[in-house]
Design a protein around this ligand. Structure first.
Ligand SMILES: [Fe+2]
Length: 318
């Protein structure tokens, strides 16, 4: 089978109810910077070199429109496309040139076995100027997806996209494609849906100052501040205006391929009886668990929402 693997998460693409309201949040509150726009669509960069880390598109209702991954070069993109086709998932055509208005490059779109939209690309324009403001996000750290069929998602990410398993809990499978402990995690839950998107801050001081900015803008911390078990990253979660869960995170473990040994649910149950290492965050509220289940952005309320909470198996143990 052809070679090629994903090397990171470039960006997330979200459908939003109100483009300007969402743009105001992501610019002024979340501290991304608008870098390109066209009718009904805005792309935002972070402080790192990636052309954009977030695309929002005005839709009738909030939706996950894409998780966009990077690959090394055209040969890797071609190889990944061939592998996806061979695996039998839905692939929307062969790799092709991408719109110059969104950084250009070369890539293709596909869907996971769960039907969530993704893409892989290379050769996008990168920003030469890296902004030195530690209170602002530098890149996408990781994306967590809900799935009722975890056992079908993990082999796809591993065998087709080249991810490796970093750790497993009774709730989640943590998958890496670089030194970052996880770039994708699959949450055993309802689904398919978006659990949350994490944006990396350069250090704890930056995370605290960024969290303060969001809080002073009128958004309460939905869960945190705490430090996770697997990955050991510091976290601060918010629910943004569309009902998506957005995380500020920092100090995610960097994996040494020569020495890392994935640990399983029994290990994590023993060493992590608390939902976070510091014991500061407590358990997420029912409202937060519903948001992480996708219920808020999907608009599934009332009994449906309660069903989702009931199936979420208690406390998130990321
Ligand atoms: Fe996270």
């Amino acid at each position: 089978m052809a070679n090629g693997r994903v090397t990171g998460v470039r960006s997330i693409e979200l459908g939003v109810r109100d483009l300007q309201q969402s743009a105001q949040f992501y610019s002024n509150v979340w501290a991304l910077e608008e870098v390109a726009s066209d009718a009904g669509t805005i792309h935002f960069r972070a402080t790192g070199g990636e052309h954009h880390v977030l695309t929002i598109r005005e839709c009738g209702k909030p939706a996950l429109l894409g998780v966009h991954f990077a690959a090394e070069d055209r040969a890797a993109v071609d190889a990944l496309c061939a592998k996806a086709k061979g695996y039998g998932v839905e692939v929307a055509g062969n790799p092709a040139a991408l719109p110059a208005s969104a950084g250009g490059g070369y890539g293709f779109r596909f869907k996971t076995p769960d039907g969530l939209p993704m893409s892989i690309s290379c050769d996008l324009v990168a920003h030469p100027n890296v902004v030195l403001d530690r209170s602002r996000p530098s890149k996408i750290s990781h994306v967590v997806l809900n799935s009722a069929r975890t056992e079908e998602q993990v082999p796809f990410f591993a065998d087709v996209l080249g991810f490796k398993l970093s750790d497993s809990t009774h709730m989640m499978e943590f998958l890496r494609c670089s030194a970052d402990h996880h770039s994708v995690a699959i949450f055993r839950n309802n689904g398919p849906s978006l659990n949350h998107v994490a944006y990396e801050l350069p250090n704890i001081d930056g995370l605290m100052r960024g969290t303060g900015r969001v809080k002073q803008s009128g958004f309460e911390i939905a869960w945190g501040i705490g430090r996770h078990g697997p990955g050991s990253n510091v976290f601060s979660y918010f629910i943004e205006p569309n009902g998506f869960v957005a995380e500020y995170t920092t100090e995610l473990d960097q994996i040494d391929e020569a020495t890392h040994v994935p640990m399983g649910p029994d290990y994590w149950n023993k060493v992590m009886p608390m939902p976070d290492r510091w014991g500061t965050a407590g358990a997420p509220s029912n409202h937060m668990r519903a948001a992480m289940s996708g219920a808020l952005y999907l608009g599934e309320e009332g009994e449906r929402c309660e069903d989702i909470i009931g199936r979420s198996l208690g406390v998130a143990a990321e």
